[in-house]
Design a binder for this molecule. Structure first.
Ligand code: BV8
Ligand code: ZN
Length: 258
């Protein structure tokens, strides 16, 4: 495009400094710099999450304590880490967009709650959260924040006595309908869509990238590796999310008070 700068970081930074409706989809790569493993590719380490006996309703019904303990092990790891520069940059971007009458919709596949701990608000958790538990019988939910001690047995529901399960979405389970609807609406309506730290292979989350493309949004990915979407994007920035996002939001920095 005439007048657009060649360097992708400068180009996307320019787009970010003028956009009003921005949607961001994050994946495990955004939490990698906090020390949490990703699911696939280099550094992956969520061994077992693919194991249906550990991450499925049937697996939970057959052995609730075993499934509960595996997820409590993940929650214990989350409690030991802190948000990184990527989480902080996205929280800051939300504040700056809001300050100029714009809106950031932050959509995450992550279940670690690190976006919220960095200060992001209204985070759409497509795959639920390790920091909540819910009852499959009566749908009651309880908080399981990082301050809640790790337990070895699935706690009983206060409403009906059934064992509570982690409030995460396992493969083959529907995503939370209202959360997904809000994510779809923002992907369809945004001017700029950033896909950050995701291999974009899990659906329907990855389908949001298709939706943004079809809706005419400038669609960008930030990832040290290419993905299946790379050839279709307006920009694909190779690098770690923490460094790249901090540089991207620079042009959005509010003017220094006179
Ligand atoms: C559903 C919670 C229907 C669990 C997770 C065939 C084709 C297409 C789809 C399907 C299919 N067969 C089945 C399906 C559907 C299935 C699916 O998509 N399967 C895929 C794998 C083929 N999807 C589902 O089952 C979903 N449900 O479809 O339900 C339905 C409808 C109505 C009624 C009933 C049913 C449910 C999907 C949710 C599954 N849950 N996790 C738990 O943890 O216990 S998925 C898991 O993958 C995590 O949530 C994770 O977030 C998600 C996506 O992974 P990523 O976040 O992208 O992580 P990954 O490791 O893959 O990539 C990390 C990236 O970061 C890499 O690219 C790396 O290069 C990059 N990176 C590394 N370091 C950095 C970095 N980037 C930036 N900076 C860095 N420093
Ligand atoms: Zn119950």
């Amino acid at each position: 495009m005439p007048g657009e700068r060649n360097d992708p970081i400068q180009r996307v930074g320019d787009w970010l400094s003028t956009a009003r409706r921005v949607a961001v989809l994050t994946g495990a790569g955004v939490s990698a710099e906090s020390g949490l493993p990703t699911f696939r590719g280099a550094g992956s380490g969520w061994a077992g999450f693919n194991d249906a006996s550990l991450a499925s309703p049937d697996g939970f019904t057959a052995n609730p304590d075993r499934v509960w303990q595996w997820h409590e092990g993940l929650r214990a790891r989350v409690a030991e880490v802190t948000p990184n520069a990527a989480h902080r940059a996205l929280a800051e971007l939300g504040r700056r967009l809001g300050a100029r009458g714009g809106r950031l919709t932050l959509i995450t596949q992550n279940i670690d709650g690190l976006h919220q701990r960095a200060g992001s608000e209204g985070v759409l958790e497509l795959h639920g959260s390790l920091l909540r538990a819910r009852c499959m019988a009566c749908r009651q939910r309880i908080a399981m924040g990082i301050d809640v001690p790790i337990t070895r047995t699935a706690p009983a529901c206060g409403g009906c006595g059934q064992p509570l399960r982690p409030d995460v979405v396992w493969f083959g389970e529907a995503l939370p309908a209202e959360t997904l609807d809000q994510a779809v609406e923002s992907a369809a309506d945004c001017e700029l869509f950033l896909s950050v730290g995701t291999s974009a292979v899990v659906y329907p989350a990855a389908g949001l990238i298709d939706l943004a493309l079809r809706s005419g949004a400038r669609t960008v990915e930030i990832n040290p590796q290419p993905t299946a979407y790379t050839p279709r994007l307006a920009a694909s920035i190779r690098g770690p999310a923490g460094d790249i996002l901090a540089r991207l939001i620079e042009p959005c920095r509010p003017p220094h008070p006179a």
